[in-house]
Design a protein around this ligand. Sequence first.
Ligand code: PEP
Ligand code: MG
Length: 875
Amino acid sequence: MAKWVYLFTEGDATMRNLLGGKGANLAEMTNIGLPVPQGFTITTEACTQYYEDGREINDEIQGQINEYIEKMEEITGKKFGDKENPLLVSVRSGARASMPGMMDTILNLGLNETVVETIAAKSGNPRWAWDCYRRFIQMYSDVVMEVGKKYFEELIDEMKAKKGVSQDVDLTAEDLKELASQFKAEYKEKIGEDFPDDPKKQLMGAIKAVFRSWDNPRANVYRRDNDIPYSWGTAVNVQSMAFGNMGDDCGTGVAFTRDPATGEKKLMGEFLTNAQGEDVVAGVRTPMPIAQMEEKFPEAFEQFKQVCQTLEDHYRDMQDMEFTVENKKLYMLQTRNGKRTAQAALKIACDLVDEGMRTEEEAVAMIDPRNLDTLLHPQFDAAALKAATPMGKALGASPGAACGKIVFTAEDAKAWAERGEKVVLVRLETSPEDIEGMKSAQGILTVRGGMTSHAAVVARGMGTCCVSGCGDIVMDEANKKFTLAGKEFHEGDSISLDGSTGNIYDGIIPTVDATIAGEFGRIMAWADKYRTMGVRTNADTPSDAKKARELGAEGIGLCRTEHMFFEGNRIDAFREMICSDTVEEREAALDKILPYQQGDFEQLFEAMEGNPVTIRFLDPPLHEFVPQTEEDIKKLADAQGKSVETIKAIIESLKEFNPMMGHRGCRLTVTYPEIAVMQTKAVIRAALAVQAKHADWTIVPEIMIPLVGEEKELKYVKKIVVKTADEEIKAAGSDMKYEVGTMIEIPRAALLADEIAKEAEFFCFGTNDLTQMTFGFSRDDAGKFLDAYYDAKIFENDPFAKLDQNGVGKLMDMAVKLGKGQRPELHCGICGEHGGDPSSVEFCHRIGLDYVSCSPFRVPIARLAAAQAAISMKH
Ligand code: PEP
Ligand code: MG
């Protein structure tokens, strides 16, 4: 019989896949002797089984849960529903990878009228007992039975109004008792049956709810963003309750062993007296800094500091912990490697190396490459920032600079961002339903909540700037306005946020680009030391190329030459070329384009300082370039001495039913060889000119032919290129080398890569087209149905963003083997969008690619991901 349930004493930190992160760490903390309220973990496999069984917990699993309840009762000396010593538990989710706030939690489970009376009498604190019960009914109704929270909140508000008090804490035991019975009546009205009294029934309901929450919409979005597979499932932790809300010698807190925003080595956190954990995280009451805990609970604080040290030494990483103090005694409820900003991640990794806790390789492996993104994005211009006066200040909860137009709801944030607006989401507080809106916003500003509030934690995870807990704001969410520093702000007004200092500014402050320095530089240098795969960039302009070089690109892997044709009056010459009737006319137009191309290529060679530059010949269907407006058509007709009708007829003739599979790529050269002749001349002349200026560089231009599917096709085009290039080189009296290679972006080319490699000196995988053609999905339209694919669990990711390793990857693997088998010196790279996606980069390393090429801002991400791939394959 499979084992579905483990006591905390039966597990350890290595069992993360089975017990989830929280369960494995509760077991580990138990093993190393820390004060952990005991309990058990139902495995992630049980979650998978629950879904396989049609969202039911089968008898075998139920049987084991019941058995473990008994074991837990023995260990704690408490019993479910007991009149003397009742057992109360928390039920929490815990996946392999932490997903803060995405799944459900139920506290105070095990309560019923009898148990409440017992604990009220035993503790001498009936107010606390009834408060627990009304919280439990509320949470259970909301989480397990999905009765909305708002009905209960309305009842609380009515009760407060009736009693003439403004705070929950001002309600008496009697008030709370009456509320509990009102809540139960509300439950009966909504659900049609009595609120369950039997703790075991309550527990099964709660466990099912946690399993079910694995599939809730916000968890699905979070998983997709964080590359967490649906198949992993969540574990459920059932833990004996420790009470932080039993009175003034109780409390609860959340703390980090290092600052999760900056990485600084100091205890950071928040604490609330007489409260339960959810109160801190929900940001409903603004908590006090952890240091103040020392005054209230000196002994528990001293012990807590020691626990922090023990846990850091044990896990050799920054820890994020939840704890409770019950009657002055400390209980640890959770520890995990803390989520952190990119900046903090770099500092912590470097500090751990300097402290002798981690090796360089381990430090490199600790950084999530996707996080680097935030460091590469603009910060406020220092001078403009100095000149600006903040109109308010709150907590700098997640660093970065954000400016944009104010919106008040997550839906508005999403809708405005979709139409291209930059927005700042301003809320009283955020909740998990706001996730999509938070993702769409440049920054988030909340009125309530601390550094560990939902807004702060989630924003840090996403790398979005966040300023939280600005109590000075007088908010009017209903009318979409707020007042700050005496000024009223409405939807659409501009503000700027500094997520590092917590400053809030009226209007827009200009931003500047980030640079790689300090710890960022150190980590990147280590990454370069351990990676074996090259990293190039996709760049079509000298400025992109320079940026990429600054960010560490070792060459250009893809220059899309057609992108150079749109600037200034170049497009006119290009349109003349397209609308030519004869070879002579076309050549005359190409002669006009040649100097532009040559000049651009020279700048690219200069920017790359002798590193490889791959120039891809004209690729897209020509109709993309034809004039659209009457005015432009007339202009072209005049320039060519043709009638408007003739031009319109040519434009009409260029229309295709399936342009992406039409007259494009190398097919253009087969029909118009003179285009390839011009482009070859431009590349070779540019390379010769730059080589002549820099004797210490060895320039070997790489000419790349797109959309090849057949060896003879490439042979035909290559012949034209080689003839032209050799003539140019000879005429210049040079012996410069150059290479002619091809993109592999049609499945047939991958299947016949050995034949193609007879002609190609290099391969570069164009995984945008290769994905399009392997799936038969249009790369421009797939977005229209991908959401339905995610909902139906057919796909977990966009295959245009994250490489489909099973299908497209199989073609790539095969092509590399066939190609290198034919021509051992063949070099292979990738230049589709996937070249900057960490998991795809890892795959590229595994199949033996020589380099990846990606957009400039993703170069550091690719460098780090390549290093991580090399390190993990080594060990
Ligand atoms: C590709 O298809 O992956 C590629 C890099 O080329 P493009 O995106 O220009 O078609
Ligand atoms: Mg392509």
